[in-house]
Design a protein around this ligand. Structure first.
Ligand code: ADP
Ligand code: MG
Ligand code: MG
Length: 879
């Protein structure tokens, strides 16, 4: 009796839109079958079946095996072959496929359905019987490995021994008898290592394989991968059972991977690799180095032509760049998988704009095609001055970008060294999914084997780290922990520079150069600027930063921190004199010397931002920060005394030390800083305000349009702000009178103390704008020290998922965000034209920007390099 399907859907009957149920691979296979692409037939066991399997503590759901049986029957009918048949055996692959792509994280078994009987039928059918025995031995070892977790090594060893015995180098040169013998050896090895014989019953093979795929969902490496990519554990994996096609049937067969456009540059060319006479795993595993796809145009022109046509059709149908796995069996092309291809930020932008021009997608879609976070890749660094460095090795430019770091030879070392703050480059023969934690910890990756679609390459591009793959000339010696290339020997720990864009590895440390924006990026940004509502400003402290910010498209400065102006070496003595002053007049005297310097700083910034708003924050950090450390002063003093230095020099140092001790605080972040400083030492803010207004007046006289906003930091109570505002207004008035210039300006405050957020309605009486200083606000709301939390406990919190993400990177919308939202609403009730923005790290973080859009802030402000990211993210949030 047939009941309605619950767990199993054939490719031609499944609903391709249901990716959650079918997994990405299954959904796209179904879609391709239904669109008429050349895909071998098969069926998908749903993710729900996987979840049910786990819910039952590792038992198949009721009815699953019956449905599988029926689906196999149907497959037999479509293919004209029979599962386990002695004459026309049906062989299948059993493939995992989660709703989101997890390349190589879970397991696949090929050639299932072969046994001592069916292998003979397969051998009889083919011109080359060796192929049948080769396929069988592959099944045996894959089965041992995937289902029973047995190492591949004994099998690989037996294969090497057989080749040595027959004096051949390539697998394909082994004679049939050798393969037969190998199969016998493999069966013995299987029984030995697994503890039971290889299952000859094909239905048992299938059941065990399905179960192995279910179980692979919870393998340690899959769990690590999901954690790193924020993929929920609850998704489960689907299982795809599909009729086999054979890429290992001779030289007119093969298997490969193509990207329909270049995944590094985005150029509209076919890109990929092909291995003749090989089966699937051989390419991805990076064991044999495949040939570039372009070569196929010469070696198999008609296949190449079909590939080009296929790529075009897939793109038209899926409307995105595709990453396609295919196999050629005796000259006929089959698609085995397609998905949207992973790409670099550069490629993402280029492809989005090209597809827009090709009419494949709309402008807003083009915007959504780039991962804003990922764009940072483009806006950052390239190696510079590499001419001076010896080239260590050349390989494939597998993932662009640049990195400098110490060589580490395995993933665990990478993690260990990275945790103690070293920058490392992981150098491996190839990487496997087991190395994923090392790849994540490293600045970049170098491999000696494998091509552009090897694991290392795919993963590195996905996470935006530079990688150079297939450096044939490099030899890794794990005994001596060293690497050799062309006679040069480097040890683990030596520094190399990696250029993933050219595929070059240099000895030593190169300089980094910041990147420029490509035309396509400019175009995408122009689209973003039309779409977004949020303004994007920059955090810029110097005229150079301001200029750069403007080039990147900043619409103003959201945060100009004045303390950096105090820190240049020529000013530090003046600042210290100001701090050491014991009377107000002494302090004023020192400040008077700083005044003209501040005036010229501000003038240059106004000039750079002509016509755009500039928010200047008055001095914020505790004065302590401008003094040398106490222990340093103590040492200095000792040295001075020892060499009998002049009295006054000693006295001065003594006074510095006394003052440093006096200013020391147990909790400086909660101490005498921000507005408190302005209240206790009013002369400092007086000077700054005078400098600002003088500079503004001078600029105005020179025809520069100044839109000035003066910001008071770390306000906690409305009265604090009132006192300071009145004083600053007084100074402004005096200065304007002196300069004979009338000017508009705004006074506002940073909201970075929870109490300020809570009393925002009152604060808005004296503030014309709120700028949320989300770094401090996060620190104070969580009571997490920004400087200590990360190393001490935050990583534990993240590992154990007590926190979903680092709240200093991505705004905690539930807590900190609620304060912001409340403050905005309360503030606007009191002052409807209140301007609001965010000026912490979060101002450049796409997820946080989406929140700012949601609660209707006026702008975000971030570091100059983040501006393009913020422009795109703001637009994406508005779509
Ligand atoms: P992954 O998710 O790791 O890429 P796949 O399930 O895609 O694993 O399988 C890996 C490779 O195995 C495929 O790229 C393909 O080359 C080969 N393969 C899978 N199914 C078949 C099949 N039915 N016929 C021939 N080769 C197959
Ligand atoms: Mg695949
Ligand atoms: Mg602050």
């Amino acid at each position: 009796q047939v009941t309605a399907a619950r767990w199993v859907y054939a490719f031609d009957q499944a609903d391709p839109k249901n990716r959650t149920l079918l997994g990405g691979k299954g959904a796209n296979l179904a879609q391709m079958v239904q669109w008429g692409f050349p895909v071998p037939p098969g069926f998908t066991i749903t993710t729900e079946a996987c979840n049910e399997y786990w819910a039952r503590g590792g038992a198949f759901p009721d009815g699953l095996l019956d449905e599988v049986g029926l689906a196999v029957l149907r497959l037999e009918r479509t293919s004209g072959k029979r599962f386990g048949d002695a004459f026309q055996p049906l062989l299948v692959s059993v493939r995992s496929g989660a709703p989101v792509s997890m390349p190589g994280m879970m397991d696949t078994i090929l050639n299932l359905g072969l046994n001592d009987l069916t292998v003979r039928a397969l051998a009889n059918q083919s011109q080359d019987p060796a192929f049948a025995y080769d396929s069988y031995r592959r099944l045996i070892q894959m089965f041992a490995n995937v289902v029973f977790n047995v190492s591949l090594e004994p099998f690989e060893h037996a294969l090497r021994a057989a080749k040595a015995k027959h004096g051949v180098e390539r697998d394909r040169d082994l004679p049939v008898d050798a393969w037969k013998e190998l199969v016998a050896t493999y069966l013995k090895l299987f029984a030995e290592h697994v503890g039971q014989p290889f299952p000859q019953d094909v239905n048992v093979q299938l059941e065990l394989a399905i179960e192995a795929v279910f179980r692979s969902w919870r393998s340690p490496r899959a769990i690590v991968y999901r954690k790193a990519h924020g993929i929920p554990e609850t998704l489960g994996t689907a299982v795809n059972v599909q009729a086999m096609v054979f890429g290992n049937m001779g030289d007119d067969s093969g298997t490969g991977v193509i990207f329909t456009r270049h995944p590094s540059t985005g150029e509209p060319v076919l890109f990929g690799e092909f291995l003749a006479n090989a089966q699937g795993e051989d390419v991805v595993a990076g064991i044999r180095t495949p040939q570039p796809i372009a070569d196929l145009a010469h070696t198999m022109p008609s296949v190449y032509e079909s590939l080009v046509a296929l790529a075009k059709q897939l793109e038209t149908r899926f409307r995105d760049m595709q990453d396609v796995e295919f196999t050629v069996e005796r000259g006929k092309l089959y698609v085995l998988q397609t998905r949207s291809g992973k790409r670099t930020a550069q490629a993402a932008v280029r492809i989005a704009i090209d597809m827009l021009h090709e009419g494949l997608i709309q402008p807003e879609e083009a915007l959504l095609r780039v991962d804003a976070q990922h764009l940072r890749q483009l806006l950052h660094r390239r190696l510079q001055g590499t001419e001076q460095l010896p080239v260590f090795a050349k390989g494939l430019p597998a993932s662009p970008g640049a990195s400098v770091g110490r060589i580490v030879l395995d993933a665990d070392t990478a993690v260990e060294w990275a945790q103690r703050g070293e920058k490392v480059v992981l150098v491996r023969p190839e990487t496997t999914p087991e190395d994923i934690h090392g790849v994540l910890a490293a600045e970049g990756v170098v491999t000696t084997h494998g091509g552009m679609t090897s694991h290392a390459a795919v993963v590195a591009r996905g996470i935006g780290k530079p990688a150079v793959c297939g450096c044939d000339g490099v030899h890794i010696d794990f005994e001596t922990r060293s690497v050799e290339s062309n006679g040069t020997v480097l040890k683990e720990g030596d520094v190399i520079s990696v250029d993933g864009g050219t595929g070059t590895v240099y000895v030593g440390e190169a300089q980094m150069e910041e990147a420029k924006m490509a035309e396509e990026l400019q175009e995408l940004l122009a689209i973003a600027d039309e779409v977004r509502r949020l303004k994007v400003r920059a955090n810029a402290d110097t005229p150079e930063d301001a200029k750069r910010a403007r080039e990147f498209g900043a619409e103003g400065i959201g945060l100009c921190r004045t303390e950096h102006m105090f820190l240049s070496p020529d000013r530090v003595p003046l600042v210290q004199r100001m701090i050491l002053a014991t009377t107000s007049s002494e302090r004023q005297e020192a400040l008077a010397k700083l005044l003209p310097l501040q005036v010229s700083d501000f003038t240059a910034i106004f000039e750079a931002m002509d016509g755009l708003p500039v928010t200047i924050r008055l001095l914020d950090p505790p004065l302590h920060e401008f003094l040398p450390r106490e222990d340093e002063l103590e040492e200095r003093l000792e040295a001075l005394r020892a060499k009998g230095a002049p009295e006054d020099e000693i006295a001065q140092t003594e006074q510095l030390l006394r003052q440093a001790r006096y200013l020391r605080e147990a909790n400086p972040m909660m101490g005498l800083r921000g507005s408190r400083l302005g209240i206790v030492y009013p002369e400092i803010y007086d000077m700054q305000m005078e400098a600002i207004m003088t500079a503004a007046a001078q600029a105005k006289r020179r025809g520069i349009r100044v839109e000035l906003e003066v910001m008071l930091p770390l306000i906690g109570s409305p009265k604090e702000l009132r006192v300071l505002r009145e004083r600053m207004e007084e100074i402004a008035k005096r200065t304007m009178e002196r300069e004979g210039v009338e000017m508009e300006y705004r006074i506002g405050t940073m909201i970075e103390v929870p109490r300020a957020a809570l009393t925002a309605d009152q604060i808005a009486e004296d503030a014309q704008f709120f700028s949320f200083g989300t770094n401090d606000l996060t620190q104070m709301t969580f009571a997490f020290s920004r400087d200590d939390a990360e190393g001490k406990f935050l990583s534990v919190y993240l590992d154990r998922e007590i926190l979903p993400h680092n709240p200093f990177e991505t705004l905690d919308t539930e807590g900190v965000g609620k304060l912001i939202q409340w403050a905005v609403e309360a503030g606007r009730r009191r002052r409807p034209d209140l301007k609001t923005g965010v000026c912490g790290e979060h101002g450049g973080d796409p997820a946080s920007i989406a929140f700012c859009e949601e609660i209707g802030l006026d702008y975000v402000s971030c570091s100059p390099f983040r501006i393009p990211v913020a422009r795109i993210a703001a637009a994406q949030a508005a779509v």
